[in-house]
Design a protein around this ligand. Structure first.
Ligand code: SF4
Length: 349
């Protein structure tokens, strides 16, 4: 059998077995704070502080939280742009597992792509679109001649609603929405399995946002992609994720199906997030929670990290960090529920 045929069989087998694509194991990402002439380390920003997650093929997650919750750092770690301080991210590709923080074969590295909030960040302003887009294809050795590359990229541009001739223009000649469509082409041109999308529509006009989100849904189906969608907007999370992960100060504090999470949020922080969204204000928000500012990720409160803003805080909340536990089908990290069910590991099956 040809190697390509064998690879396809392995992929089909993985899909049938619905194996975990990504295993995030106790991920911690700390950024040192350095001061003085010798740049001594005086503390750490704990951007991600012990995240466990299993992501299966075609199981899309939307990660929500305020700025500083660690969601972007988690996304960048998954694509290998940030190395963990502790813990590990394993990626199943074919029949092998790869540590995302290590040097990876080019086809493995390119099969996990990221789309950023600012489409300018992935487009070189001095290069024509074709010259930016062709570079990773040349590195991978996908296509040989400039004509082949232009044909391939031209087809992809048409798929995202742009004209082929835009390949020969510069980034400044496009609107924000068009640039984001070009970023989408850049990501899918590598035929990825997983795409991490970091607020891909939030910098766009409201009128363009829904077009880009719909396009992303279409692209996902056509290319059989698995999305990890990072957003601060819970309405967008509901639209883009099969599960919503809520993060607070570097930790996952609740995971549930979008409808269930919005209809009946358990964690007081999830209730706070929902109380700020007029159109999906939940009936199950029991107490008014002060919005306030989250504590510094340098000095995270003891016990439950939400306790300084929580109207339900109890004595135990200052002493013991609540584990993520199963409560009525939701995974929630809160002492209000943690003694009702036993602690379980984060497996979103
Ligand atoms: Fe509030 Fe305690 Fe639950 Fe934390 S563990 S969210 S402080 S009730």
């Amino acid at each position: 059998m040809q190697p390509a045929g064998l690879l396809m069989l392995i992929e089909i087998w993985c899909i049938l077995m619905n194996e975990n694509l990504i295993n995030v194991d106790n991920l911690k990402v700390y950024f040192p704070i350095r001061r003085g002439i010798f740049l001594q380390t005086v503390g750490y920003i704990k951007a991600v502080d012990g995240v466990n997650l299993k992501i299966k093929q075609n199981q899309d997650f939307a990660v929500v939280g305020e700025s500083g919750s660690g969601k972007t750092t988690l996304g960048k770690s998954i694509v290998g742009l940030i190395k963990p301080t502790r813990g590990q991210i394993l990626y199943s590709f074919g029949e092998k597992s790869f540590d995302m923080s290590k040097e990876l074969p080019i086809d493995v590295r390119q099969s996990v792509q990221m789309i950023f909030q600012d489409p300018f960040s992935s487009l070189n302003p001095r290069l024509k679109i074709i010259d930016t887009l062709k570079e990773p294809l040349e590195i991978r050795g996908f296509l040989r001649s400039r004509k082949e590359i232009a044909n391939y990229l031209g087809e992809l541009l048409e798929k995202v609603g742009l004209k082929r001739e835009y390949l020969y223009r510069y980034p400044h000649e496009f609107s924000g929405g068009q640039r984001q469509r070009i970023s989408i082409v850049r990501a899918i041109s590598m035929k990825p399995k997983i795409v991490v999308l970091d607020e891909p529509s939030s910098s766009l006009d409201v009128s363009v946002q829904s077009q880009v989100l719909n396009l992303l849904q279409d692209i996902k189906k056509e290319y059989n992609l698995t999305y990890i969608f990072i957003t601060h907007n819970i309405s967008v999370a509901k639209y883009m994720g099969q599960k919503i992960i809520v993060m607070y100060l570097g930790k996952i504090i609740e995971i549930n199906d979008p409808d269930k999470l919005i209809d009946k949020p358990f964690h007081p922080y999830t209730q706070l997030l929902l109380s700020t969204v007029v159109e999906i204000k939940s009936e199950h928000v029991e107490k008014e929670i002060k919005i306030g500012e989250p504590p510094s990720p340098v000095n995270i409160p003891s016990g439950c990290r939400f306790r300084t803003r929580c109207p339900f805080a109890m004595e135990i909340c200052a002493k013991t960090e609540p584990p993520l536990s199963d409560h009525e089908g939701s995974l929630v990290a809160c002492h209000l529920y943690s003694n009702k069910k036993k602690e379980i590991s984060v497996n979103n099956s």
